[in-house]
Design a protein around this ligand. Structure first.
Ligand code: ADE
Length: 236
Protein backbone atom coordinates (compact mmCIF):
# COMPACT_ATOMS: atom_id res chain seq x y z
CA UNK A 1 0.00 0.00 0.00
CA UNK A 2 1.16 3.52 -0.75
CA UNK A 3 0.04 6.42 1.41
CA UNK A 4 0.70 10.07 0.58
CA UNK A 5 0.06 12.65 3.27
CA UNK A 6 -0.39 16.37 2.72
CA UNK A 7 0.48 18.51 5.69
CA UNK A 8 1.77 21.91 6.77
CA UNK A 9 3.55 20.21 9.68
CA UNK A 10 5.27 17.10 8.28
CA UNK A 11 7.58 16.96 11.33
CA UNK A 12 4.61 15.99 13.49
CA UNK A 13 4.12 12.87 11.40
CA UNK A 14 7.65 11.68 10.94
CA UNK A 15 8.44 10.17 14.31
CA UNK A 16 5.23 8.18 14.89
CA UNK A 17 5.69 6.40 11.56
CA UNK A 18 9.40 5.62 11.97
CA UNK A 19 9.30 3.09 14.78
CA UNK A 20 8.19 -0.38 15.67
CA UNK A 21 5.62 -2.01 13.41
CA UNK A 22 5.28 0.97 11.05
CA UNK A 23 9.04 1.01 10.55
CA UNK A 24 9.09 -2.71 9.81
CA UNK A 25 6.12 -2.43 7.43
CA UNK A 26 8.01 0.15 5.40
CA UNK A 27 11.33 -1.68 5.52
CA UNK A 28 9.70 -4.89 4.34
CA UNK A 29 8.04 -3.01 1.47
CA UNK A 30 4.43 -3.59 2.57
CA UNK A 31 3.83 0.09 3.17
CA UNK A 32 5.22 3.23 1.53
CA UNK A 33 4.49 6.53 3.23
CA UNK A 34 5.32 9.85 1.57
CA UNK A 35 4.76 13.06 3.47
CA UNK A 36 4.42 16.24 1.40
CA UNK A 37 4.70 19.81 2.64
CA UNK A 38 1.58 21.60 1.40
CA UNK A 39 3.46 24.90 1.25
CA UNK A 40 5.14 23.63 -1.95
CA UNK A 41 1.85 24.62 -3.56
CA UNK A 42 1.48 27.91 -1.64
CA UNK A 43 -0.19 30.89 -3.34
CA UNK A 44 2.82 33.17 -2.85
CA UNK A 45 6.49 33.27 -1.96
CA UNK A 46 5.63 33.58 1.74
CA UNK A 47 4.26 30.07 1.72
CA UNK A 48 0.67 31.17 2.28
CA UNK A 49 -1.88 28.35 2.26
CA UNK A 50 -4.64 29.83 4.46
CA UNK A 51 -6.79 32.94 4.56
CA UNK A 52 -9.59 34.67 6.50
CA UNK A 53 -13.07 33.14 6.42
CA UNK A 54 -15.79 34.68 4.30
CA UNK A 55 -18.61 35.87 6.53
CA UNK A 56 -16.21 36.52 9.39
CA UNK A 57 -15.42 34.33 12.36
CA UNK A 58 -12.33 33.41 14.29
CA UNK A 59 -9.63 31.33 12.66
CA UNK A 60 -8.15 30.88 9.24
CA UNK A 61 -9.27 28.47 6.54
CA UNK A 62 -7.00 26.46 4.26
CA UNK A 63 -7.37 27.78 0.72
CA UNK A 64 -8.63 25.94 -2.35
CA UNK A 65 -5.75 26.62 -4.66
CA UNK A 66 -2.83 25.01 -2.80
CA UNK A 67 -4.95 21.99 -1.87
CA UNK A 68 -6.42 21.52 -5.36
CA UNK A 69 -3.01 21.85 -7.01
CA UNK A 70 -1.39 19.48 -4.55
CA UNK A 71 -4.12 16.85 -4.88
CA UNK A 72 -4.15 17.08 -8.68
CA UNK A 73 -0.41 16.94 -9.02
CA UNK A 74 -0.01 14.00 -6.62
CA UNK A 75 -2.96 12.16 -8.22
CA UNK A 76 -1.35 12.43 -11.66
CA UNK A 77 1.71 10.61 -10.38
CA UNK A 78 -0.40 7.63 -9.35
CA UNK A 79 -0.58 5.85 -12.67
CA UNK A 80 -2.96 2.93 -13.18
CA UNK A 81 -1.35 -0.15 -11.60
CA UNK A 82 -2.88 -2.57 -14.14
CA UNK A 83 -5.24 -2.50 -17.14
CA UNK A 84 -8.70 -1.35 -16.04
CA UNK A 85 -7.43 0.81 -13.17
CA UNK A 86 -8.44 4.44 -13.47
CA UNK A 87 -5.23 5.58 -11.79
CA UNK A 88 -5.16 8.30 -9.15
CA UNK A 89 -5.94 7.47 -5.54
CA UNK A 90 -8.38 4.85 -4.30
CA UNK A 91 -9.43 7.34 -1.62
CA UNK A 92 -8.68 10.96 -0.80
CA UNK A 93 -9.19 11.06 2.95
CA UNK A 94 -9.74 14.23 4.95
CA UNK A 95 -9.29 14.01 8.70
CA UNK A 96 -11.85 16.08 10.52
CA UNK A 97 -13.85 15.90 13.76
CA UNK A 98 -17.09 15.96 11.73
CA UNK A 99 -16.11 12.90 9.67
CA UNK A 100 -17.27 9.31 10.05
CA UNK A 101 -15.89 7.81 13.26
CA UNK A 102 -12.92 5.51 12.69
CA UNK A 103 -13.45 1.96 13.86
CA UNK A 104 -11.87 -1.43 13.19
CA UNK A 105 -14.35 -2.33 10.47
CA UNK A 106 -13.52 0.83 8.55
CA UNK A 107 -9.80 0.23 9.11
CA UNK A 108 -10.09 -3.33 7.74
CA UNK A 109 -11.79 -2.02 4.58
CA UNK A 110 -9.25 0.76 4.05
CA UNK A 111 -6.31 -1.64 4.58
CA UNK A 112 -7.33 -3.42 1.36
CA UNK A 113 -6.78 -0.30 -0.79
CA UNK A 114 -3.62 0.32 -2.77
CA UNK A 115 -3.26 4.10 -2.87
CA UNK A 116 -4.41 6.64 -0.32
CA UNK A 117 -4.00 10.37 -0.07
CA UNK A 118 -4.55 11.79 3.40
CA UNK A 119 -5.18 15.52 3.79
CA UNK A 120 -4.40 17.02 7.19
CA UNK A 121 -6.39 20.12 8.01
CA UNK A 122 -5.32 22.97 10.25
CA UNK A 123 -6.75 26.17 11.67
CA UNK A 124 -10.55 26.22 11.22
CA UNK A 125 -10.50 23.60 8.50
CA UNK A 126 -10.30 23.51 4.72
CA UNK A 127 -12.42 25.33 2.14
CA UNK A 128 -15.63 23.33 1.74
CA UNK A 129 -15.21 23.17 -2.07
CA UNK A 130 -12.18 20.91 -1.66
CA UNK A 131 -14.27 18.57 0.46
CA UNK A 132 -17.01 18.56 -2.16
CA UNK A 133 -14.84 18.08 -5.23
CA UNK A 134 -11.77 16.12 -4.18
CA UNK A 135 -12.29 14.36 -0.87
CA UNK A 136 -13.85 10.88 -1.10
CA UNK A 137 -13.86 9.97 2.60
CA UNK A 138 -13.97 12.07 5.78
CA UNK A 139 -12.77 10.44 8.97
CA UNK A 140 -12.76 11.47 12.62
CA UNK A 141 -10.69 9.62 15.22
CA UNK A 142 -12.93 10.66 18.11
CA UNK A 143 -15.30 13.23 19.55
CA UNK A 144 -12.67 15.78 20.51
CA UNK A 145 -10.80 18.45 18.59
CA UNK A 146 -7.08 18.19 17.82
CA UNK A 147 -5.00 21.16 16.73
CA UNK A 148 -4.53 19.62 13.31
CA UNK A 149 -5.03 16.44 11.34
CA UNK A 150 -1.45 15.15 11.69
CA UNK A 151 -1.89 13.17 14.91
CA UNK A 152 -5.14 11.76 13.53
CA UNK A 153 -3.30 10.80 10.32
CA UNK A 154 -0.64 9.00 12.38
CA UNK A 155 -3.40 7.09 14.20
CA UNK A 156 -5.08 6.16 10.93
CA UNK A 157 -1.87 5.02 9.21
CA UNK A 158 -0.83 2.95 12.24
CA UNK A 159 -4.27 1.35 12.48
CA UNK A 160 -4.45 0.35 8.83
CA UNK A 161 -0.73 -0.33 8.37
CA UNK A 162 -0.70 -3.16 10.89
CA UNK A 163 -3.62 -4.81 9.08
CA UNK A 164 -1.78 -5.15 5.76
CA UNK A 165 -1.13 -8.90 5.31
CA UNK A 166 2.49 -9.73 6.13
CA UNK A 167 3.12 -6.68 8.31
CA UNK A 168 2.71 -8.46 11.62
CA UNK A 169 5.05 -11.35 12.32
CA UNK A 170 2.32 -13.53 13.73
CA UNK A 171 -0.50 -12.88 11.32
CA UNK A 172 -3.12 -14.12 13.69
CA UNK A 173 -2.27 -11.40 16.15
CA UNK A 174 -4.21 -8.73 14.22
CA UNK A 175 -7.16 -11.11 14.11
CA UNK A 176 -7.20 -11.42 17.88
CA UNK A 177 -6.99 -7.66 18.50
CA UNK A 178 -9.78 -5.92 20.36
CA UNK A 179 -12.69 -4.95 18.09
CA UNK A 180 -12.06 -7.66 15.50
CA UNK A 181 -15.34 -9.58 15.62
CA UNK A 182 -16.78 -6.77 17.79
CA UNK A 183 -15.23 -8.17 20.95
CA UNK A 184 -12.64 -6.64 23.25
CA UNK A 185 -9.45 -8.66 23.67
CA UNK A 186 -9.16 -10.94 26.73
CA UNK A 187 -6.64 -10.19 29.52
CA UNK A 188 -3.09 -11.41 28.90
CA UNK A 189 -0.35 -12.62 31.27
CA UNK A 190 3.37 -13.40 31.10
CA UNK A 191 6.02 -14.71 33.54
CA UNK A 192 6.15 -15.13 36.45
CA UNK A 193 3.26 -17.47 37.15
CA UNK A 194 2.96 -16.00 40.65
CA UNK A 195 3.76 -12.33 41.27
CA UNK A 196 3.31 -11.24 44.89
CA UNK A 197 0.75 -13.96 45.32
CA UNK A 198 -1.25 -12.76 42.26
CA UNK A 199 -1.62 -15.88 40.17
CA UNK A 200 -2.13 -16.41 36.45
CA UNK A 201 -5.61 -17.93 35.84
CA UNK A 202 -5.45 -21.70 35.98
CA UNK A 203 -7.07 -22.22 32.58
CA UNK A 204 -4.09 -20.53 30.89
CA UNK A 205 -1.65 -22.86 32.64
CA UNK A 206 -3.59 -26.02 31.74
CA UNK A 207 -1.87 -26.70 28.40
CA UNK A 208 -5.32 -27.64 27.05
CA UNK A 209 -5.84 -25.45 23.98
CA UNK A 210 -9.55 -26.02 23.76
CA UNK A 211 -9.97 -24.96 27.37
CA UNK A 212 -7.68 -21.95 26.84
CA UNK A 213 -9.63 -20.80 23.76
CA UNK A 214 -12.93 -21.16 25.66
CA UNK A 215 -11.53 -19.20 28.61
CA UNK A 216 -10.31 -16.42 26.29
CA UNK A 217 -13.65 -16.22 24.53
CA UNK A 218 -15.57 -16.06 27.82
CA UNK A 219 -13.25 -13.36 29.11
CA UNK A 220 -13.64 -11.36 25.89
CA UNK A 221 -17.39 -11.65 26.07
CA UNK A 222 -17.56 -10.70 29.77
CA UNK A 223 -15.24 -7.73 29.26
CA UNK A 224 -17.23 -6.52 26.25
CA UNK A 225 -20.56 -6.91 28.13
CA UNK A 226 -19.20 -4.90 31.02
CA UNK A 227 -17.29 -2.18 29.16
CA UNK A 228 -18.75 -1.91 25.67
CA UNK A 229 -22.23 -3.47 25.50
CA UNK A 230 -22.84 -1.36 22.39
CA UNK A 231 -20.41 -3.61 20.46
CA UNK A 232 -22.47 -6.70 21.25
CA UNK A 233 -25.58 -5.03 19.87
CA UNK A 234 -23.72 -4.34 16.61
CA UNK A 235 -22.63 -7.99 16.51
CA UNK A 236 -26.23 -9.28 16.51
N1 ADE B 1 -8.69 17.07 13.28
C1 ADE B 1 -8.96 17.72 14.43
N2 ADE B 1 -9.61 16.95 15.30
C2 ADE B 1 -9.76 15.73 14.68
C3 ADE B 1 -10.37 14.51 15.04
N3 ADE B 1 -10.97 14.34 16.22
N4 ADE B 1 -10.34 13.51 14.15
C4 ADE B 1 -9.76 13.66 12.96
N5 ADE B 1 -9.17 14.80 12.55
C5 ADE B 1 -9.17 15.83 13.40
Amino acid sequence: MRIDILSVLPELLESPLQHSIMKRAQEKGFLEVHIHQLRQWAVNEYGQVDDYQYGGGAGMVMMCEPLAKAIESLSKERKPARPGDRGGYDEVIFLTPDGEMLNQKMANAISLKENLLIVCGHYKGIDERIREHFVTKEISIGDYVLSGGELAAAVLVDTIGRLIPGVLNDETSALTDSFQDNLLAPPVYTRPEDFRGWKVPEALMSGNHKLIDEWKYEQSLARTKERRPDLLKEKE
